[in-house]
Design a protein around this ligand. Structure first.
Ligand code: FPP
Length: 259
């Protein structure tokens, strides 16, 4: 017999609260990076809705994740919103996502909650791929939140890990050409300083939803020592319980390595 909803909700709330308590007793990661996958499958398989709707639900989930990070004291969040490869999707879908992002950047920048929480937003990725409208929305959100760093959200749009490394190399080579540094000066720290997330620590935990066990050209340089966590849940269906479980697994792994 199926459990009535009221009982199910109460059981989830109790479980969530005990999980939260457990997680709060351990080391909280400073930086979590997320590959948000499964939007289309969620819309189609779980809700029987057109696949494109999944992206709006995926966007809505971001507000919750921000609340969870504030609740736990996680200061950096990097989200893989749109890869360079995603531009090859059906033009109608690309347009839908671009408009959704544009609208969302304005909403973010004007949200009372964002200013109350002092949650800054920055975008990483190849801006030459953005439409002028999207670029304007991105710059508006960055400007409006430039002084905030209680929580910093890095939104990866038109992003690729290899492209990020290539742009870091170009930047360093230019310095060599100008005679500012020599080839022998080039070391790991210098590359880390030239990479797009240079002003924040590397991710402690990289999480991917939807059951795919791949990194898909995300933060390749930055995740050299990150813990990786994969869950079968589709992104729009990702709950606080799933987030807490991921952090608990991270803490258990850390504890084992430290022993
Ligand atoms: C992956 O699921 C999702 C995307 C490629 C797009 C994600 C975009 C958003 C969540 C909107 C972002 C909003 C802002 C504010 C930046 P999928 O489409 O690959 O789904 P599937 O794995 O089921 O095919």
């Amino acid at each position: 017999m199926a459990m009535p909803n009221l009982v199910k909700d109460a059981a989830y709330t109790a479980y969530e609260s005990s999980l939260r308590k457990e997680v709060m007793n351990g080391a909280i990661p400073k930086h979590i990076a997320i590959i948000m996958d499964g939007n289309r499958r969620y819309a189609e398989e779980v809700l029987g809705e057109p696949t494109i709707k999944g992206h709006t639900m995926g966007r809505d989930k971001l507000k919750e994740v921000l609340e969870w990070c504030t609740d736990l004291g996680i200061s950096h969040l990097t989200l893989f919103a749109f890869s360079t490869e995603n531009f090859k999707r059906d033009p109608e879908e690309v347009e839908y996502i671009m408009e959704l992002m544009e609208k969302s950047f304005y909403e973010y920048a004007d949200s009372e909650e964002v200013h109350k929480r002092r949650a800054g937003i920055r975008v990483i990725g190849d801006r030459s791929l953005f439409s002028p409208e999207l670029l304007k929305a991105v710059e508006y959100a960055e400007e409006k939140t430039k002084d905030y760093n209680e929580v910093t959200v890095y939104m990866a749009v038109g992003y690729g890990g290899r492209q990020d490394i290539a742009q870091a190399v170009r930047c360093i080579v230019k310095k060599v050409q100008k005679g500012e540094i020599t080839v022998d000066d080039i070391d790991e720290d210098m590359i880390s300083s030239a990479i797009s997330t240079s002003d924040i620590p590397d991710p402690d935990l990289v999480l991917r939803t939807s059951g795919e066990i791949r990194i898909s050209n995300f933060l390749l340089w930055q995740m050299a020592y990150s813990e990786l966590y994969f869950t079968d849940v589709y992104w729009p269906g990702f709950r606080y319980i799933d987030f807490l479980r991921a952090i608990r697994t991270y803490q258990q792994r850390k504890r084992r390595y430290g022993a």
